[in-house]
Design a binder for this molecule. Structure first.
Ligand SMILES: Nc1nc2c(ncn2[C@@H]2O[C@H](COP(=O)(O)OP(=O)(O)O)[C@@H](O)[C@H]2O)c(=O)[nH]1
Ligand SMILES: [Mg+2]
Length: 280
């Protein structure tokens, strides 16, 4: 039977990000359910998630609604902006649920930009303490998303967040594929991901290694590196080896290296690479 997975979008940002994932068919053939949590009624009305939880002022009701919504889940994805109210209220509850019922937790979080106000920064610091307890945390500073649109200097904040949502959408899609086959891979700690596609496995990992969410030295200084290659037909061993060697040559001798392959005719001719680095 499929593992029960829930993807939770927090606040306006999270609701937008998961609406994108739903439209892109992320988790479509799996037992995935989307939940939007927010304190803005408009967002919950526009969210396309099956379940929406409105954060009123009654903490007991909030606790119950979140625990009920997560009932039976094995893997929880948390997506949203760290500085928001929805994140501050719900992340401690989600983490407490996961501990109580032994669910794995993965968070894709946008850290506030330097332009955001003091209250939001305090929110973010508070919430970050709880996020340290998730099994895998992809925390991306908002500024990082500018790197994806350096050819669009006039970009607005809303457009920038749209870019962020696209990147989180792909990140969740890839990581969901990886861990739904092997839940033990969900414990990547404080992590960063890169994604790439190409005509060969080597081309794909080269693109993934340059993905802006991987810092210059993310691969070189990682504690653990996981490389996932997805293709339409089985890759020749020489092709796999070339791709793995490209990454392995950059690692410290003590870095733990893991690789996984996935074959699915839907991928066609292209090869898709995901690199996940656990930070020291
Ligand atoms: N990924 C993403 N993040 C966003 C978006 N809009 C805002 N954010 C970030 O999320 C944080 C929380 O804002 P919001 O989502 O409105 O949360 P709220 O305070 O709970 O309503 C902001 O400080 C931004 O850093 C968005 O559309 N997408
Ligand atoms: Mg808001």
């Amino acid at each position: 039977m499929d593992v029960n997975i829930k993807i939770v979008g927090l606040g306006e940002g999270g609701a937008r990000a998961i609406s994108k994932m739903i439209a892109a068919g992320v988790g479509k053939n799996k037992s995935v359910e989307y939940i939007a949590i927010g304190n803005d009624e408009n967002i919950l009305l526009t969210s396309t998630a099956r379940k929406n939880i409105f954060l009123n002022r009654d903490m007991a009701v909030i606790y119950k609604n979140i625990f009920d919504a997560l009932n039976g889940v094995k893997i929880i994805f948390i997506v949203g902006g760290l500085a928001g109210n929805a994140a501050r209220i719900s992340i401690p509850i989600i983490v407490s649920f996961a501990k109580t019922y032994g669910a794995a937790t993965v968070a894709f979080i946008c850290k506030p930009s330097v332009l955001e106000n003091a209250t939001r920064k305090i929110n973010a610091d508070y919430t970050l303490n709880y996020l340290r307890e998730v099994d895998t945390l992809f925390a991306v500073p908002a500024e990082k998303f500018f790197m994806f649109c350096i050819n669009r200097p006039q970009i607005s904040l809303a457009e920038l967040f749209d870019v962020a949502d696209d990147i989180f959408c792909r990140g969740v899609k890839n990581f969901l594929e990886i861990i739904s086959k092997d839940v033990s891979l969900s414990k990547r700690g404080n992590a960063a991901f890169g994604y790439g596609e190409g005509a060969t496995a080597l081309d794909a990992v080269k693109v993934a290694a340059k993905f802006p969410t991987l810092e210059e030295d993310e691969i070189k200084t990682a504690q653990k590196v996981l490389v996932h290659l997805a293709s339409g037909t089985p890759l020749p061993l020489s092709s796999l080896t070339a791709a793995h060697k490209f990454i392995q040559n950059q690692l410290q001798p003590e870095t733990e290296f893991l690789s996984r392959e996935e074959i699915n005719p839907l991928f066609g001719e292209k090869i898709f690479a995901t690199i996940i680095c656990t930070r020291k």
